[in-house]
Design a protein around this ligand. Sequence first.
Ligand code: AMP
Ligand code: MN
Ligand code: MN
Ligand code: MN
Length: 281
Amino acid sequence: MSICYDLHCHSTCSDGALSPADVVKRAHAQGVQCLAITDHDTFDAYEIARPTAEELDVTLISGVEFSCQWKGKNIHIVGLNVDVQHPVMKAAKCLMNERRLSRAKKIAERLEKLGVENAFAEAEANAAGGQIGRPHFAKYLVEAGYVKNLNQAFKRYLGAGKPGDIKQQWPEFEEVVGWIRQASGVAIIAHPLKYKLTRTKLREMCAHFRSCGGHGIEVISGGHQTPAETKALCDLANRFEFLGSVGSDFHKEGMSWQELGCIGTPNLSCTPVWSSWSSQQ
Ligand code: AMP
Ligand code: MN
Ligand code: MN
Ligand code: MN
């Protein structure tokens, strides 16, 4: 029997709209049988969501999406099946929390200079105790009427090359992969097509990731991907002996191309990341 996996999504522990328990409920309603909530730089959702997952008989895998850099580019690394109690994971979360906070203060200073008032406090309130990020500023910019929608907030204020795009010293591959490996997890390059790398650069990045001990890449991200793109990513996975992972990157309701379970049960032409997981998982 094929299982519906969704191994990349977000909750209110970072920039998602639903609580961890509600993510599990929605995933279940959408037919997901095996789920990982992979919030930005925190795995807090795992413990919170576990009772609901048990109730609904959804297999919950621990997860996180770490912010990382490679050759100065912001790259996301998903960690799956990590031991969330491992001291290295706890230290990583603290470190990333500090970096996110100091970045948020810099973003707020820059926005203030552009006439946007009270940005830090408002973004912090939007984050509601979760890892603070640019989407929390974007939400405030929309609600306070500075821009019409989230996309405009990124286009004018927060996206690449805009004032809120702080050149952040996120950790390098070696460090992040090291954390995940020490906590017995698997390290996966998230949405490899999102970084707008040339084919050569993408291969270079994969080679470096492999040499750092990385385990895999996402071969399907969201529901908008073409079969040709999936095939190309599976070929890339095979070339580097990577495992293939899949995830919707769900953040909130109403975005069909990032809906929980939107990937269904595809046949992958590479080794799936779950191939080594026990039959209970
Ligand atoms: P951060 O982790 O703080 O750098 O914020 C990155 C997050 O912003 C991504 O994970 C997306 O959820 C969100 N994001 C990036 N670009 C856009 C956009 N154009 N519109 C809405 N959300 C975006
Ligand atoms: Mn996000
Ligand atoms: Mn991402
Ligand atoms: Mn994500």
